[in-house]
Structure formats: structure tokens, C-alpha cells
Ligand binder design. Structure first.
Ligand SMILES: NC(=O)c1ccc[n+]([C@@H]2O[C@H](COP(=O)([O-])OP(=O)(O)OC[C@H]3O[C@@H](n4cnc5c(N)ncnc54)[C@H](OP(=O)(O)O)[C@@H]3O)[C@@H](O)[C@H]2O)c1
Length: 286
């Protein structure tokens, strides 16, 4: 199997000046997790952005990957997320320390509020988000998180956070693939200088059998997965596909920066949007 050793990833400048890789690897429960494949991605293929969360349950396994990969900590970009059961000022800080210790690191490159809703009985979402965000702001000021962000936030959540807190999130990570194109949110993030990160770029595999995607794969001599990942990157989203298979790691990363989709083809993929979510839908979270 060929590897992608010479692969080097472009970065996006965040509002605090940090350069974040624009293509990384996801880790999630749905579809499984393969530690050996993540190690291969980081050690052999040069992938530096690794996305995880406490909720996924792989922090300890990732600690082994980071220990064994031979890549200096400063070259990695590790994303982790605060799960709503830990929302609140004190609990957020404790959860951060626990997550760092589980992952075996002293700091995170970005720490995110995972979901706009709270799981605390009787808890007010807005207050809980603000309390938790204040904890993240302090972790950021102390240098324990190099940047802080949110995930699954809609415009109204971002607007409230802006009123309640002082640091504007550096990144918003939301579901993003040809069937889910939240244009108003993207526009809002651009206006507020919040980097837009898309998860589930393959719609968990659902887009790979789409006829338009397959026609374009044929036209460009690429695979359907490569077309979807390229489309996401070309639309300006930081992108984190996931695979448990080494050969798909090579497929998903090696040629993405070696071709581009014509404007008309980008538009044709944009038109596939039907609003479906393959993960979860935060629209009705107050
Ligand atoms: N913040 C959030 O709330 C949130 C929610 C969901 C996901 N995420 C993040 O986003 C990451 C990616 O999203 P995702 O895992 O939901 O979905 P995804 O990346 O869209 O799709 C992953 C699925 O596609 C398959 N796949 C990958 N490459 C392929 C290829 N080249 N050809 C055919 N099939 C391929 C994988 O199967 P194999 O393993 O068999 O290759 C897996 O089942 C997650 O791992 C997680 O880090 C975040």
C-alpha cells in the first residue's frame, strides 16, 4: 500500500492568529474506531489534526497513539470537546483536566462546547453555555487551550454567547456534506470571523452512492469520497472525514490538494442539499 508520507496540509488562520490544518481525521463511535488506523494516519501519513471528544470514549486509546506516533506534541493539532453533562463553570474545568489527563497531554489545541443543550435537570441552556464558556475563556487565557470553540451551534446560540461572554469562538464545528449545506450559518461565521469546520463530510457514507457524485468521480478520475472531501475543502470548510481502514486513509488524503472542482461542478454538488442530518439536529435547541 502506498502511503502519503510527503503529504503536507494547508492551514487556515484563526481569528487569534493560530494556523489550523484544514484536513484532519475524525474519531467517532458510529462505524467503529481502529487505533492502528489512526496511528497509521498520524505516524505514516502526516495527518496532524485529530478530532475527538469525551463522548466518543477513545481518549485513552488516542493517548497511546500520541505516545507511539513519534510526532512532537507541538506538531499535532488535538481537538477535544466538553460534553453537556459537564457543563457549568467548575465542572467544565474539572472535565478539561480529566480529558487532558486521559489523552496524555498538558494542553489542547482547541476545546469546544460539544452541543448547545444542557443535560442538567432544570438547567437553562443559555446560562449553562455561558457558565461553561467562561471556564473555557479562562483555560484559553491560561494557555491550557490554544483556542476555544463550539460545535453544533446555530446562529441564535452564537448570538447569545456573544452577548453573554467576551471571547468569540475561534471555530464552530457542525455537520456539513452535500446533503447538509447550512449557508446562513456559514455566512454568519464568516462575518464574525469564526472558522467553519464541517463534520461527517461523507454523510457517514450516504453521499458515496449519489449519481451526481459518481458522475463527477468519473469525470475527474477520482473516487466519490475524494469528490466530497475536495468539495468541502474547496468551499472553505475545515474537514474531518473518518475511516477505520488504512487504504481509505490514503484515498481520503493523498490527492485532495492535487485537483480542483470546476465552479459549475461545485454548484451542482451544492444543489444536492436536502437538509437531512446524519448525526443530530440542533435547530430546536433553545
Ligand atoms: N461534533 C459533533 O457533534 C460530531 C458529530 C459527528 C461526527 N463528528 C466528527 O466528524 C468525524 C467524521 O464524521 P463521521 O464519522 O460521522 O462520518 P464521515 O466521515 O462522513 O463518514 C465516515 C464513514 O464513511 C466511511 N468511509 C470513509 N472513507 C471512505 C471511503 N474512502 N470510501 C468509502 N467509505 C468511506 C467509513 O467507513 P470505514 O471506517 O469502513 O472506512 C465510515 O463509516 C467523526 O469521526 C467525528 O470526529 C463530530
Amino acid at each position: 500500500m502506498s502511503s502519503v508520507q510527503s503529504w503536507s496540509c494547508p492551514t487556515m488562520k484563526l481569528s487569534n492568529g493560530l494556523q489550523m490544518p484544514i484536513l484532519g481525521i475524525g474519531t467517532s463511535q458510529v462505524g467503529g474506531f481502529c487505533q492502528e488506523t489512526v496511528l497509521y494516519a498520524v505516524r505514516d501519513c502526516g495527518i496532524r489534526l485529530i478530532d475527538t471528544s469525551k463522548y466518543n470514549g477513545f481518549e485513552v486509546k488516542l493517548a497511546e497513539v500520541f505516545r507511539d506516533c513519534g510526532v512532537p506534541r507541538s506538531d499535532l493539532w488535538i481537538t477535544n470537546k466538553l460534553w453537556p453533562e459537564d457543563y457549568g463553570y467548575e465542572t467544565a474545568k474539572k472535565a478539561f483536566q480529566k480529558s487532558c489527563s486521559q489523552v496524555g497531554v498538558e494542553y489542547l489545541d482547541i476545546y469546544m462546547l460539544h452541543w448547545p443543550g444542557t443535560m442538567k435537570p432544570g438547567g437553562c441552556n443559555r446560562e449553562q453555555r455561558a457558565e461553561s464558556w467562561r471556564a473555557l475563556e479562562e483555560l484559553y487565557e491560561e494557555g491550557l487551550c490554544r483556542s476555544i470553540g463550539v460545535s453544533n451551534f446555530k446562529i441564535h446560540h452564537l448570538e447569545q454567547l456573544k452577548e453573554d461572554c467576551s471571547v468569540v469562538p475561534h471555530v464552530n464545528q457542525v455537520e456539513y456534506h452535500p446533503y447538509q449545506l447550512p449557508n446562513k450559518l456559514i455566512e454568519y461565521c464568516r462575518k464574525e470571523d469564526i472558522a467553519f469546520q464541517g463534520y461527517s463530510p461523507l454523510a457517514k457514507g450516504q453521499t458515496l452512492s449519489n449519481p451526481t457524485i459518481n458522475e463527477l468521480a468519473h469525470k475527474y478520475g477520482r473516487t466519490p469520497a475524494q469528490i466530497c472531501i475536495r468539495w468541502s475543502i474547496q468551499n472553505g470548510a475545515i474537514t474531518i472525514p473518518k475511516s477505520t481502514k488504512k487504504e481509505r486513509i490514503v484515498e481520503n488524503y493523498q490527492v485532495i490538494f492535487g485537483f480542483s472542482l470546476e465552479e459549475e461542478d461545485m454548484e451542482n454538488i451544492n444543489k444536492l442539499h436536502d437538509g437531512r442530518h446524519v448525526s443530530w439536529d440542533p435547530t430546536n435547541v433553545e
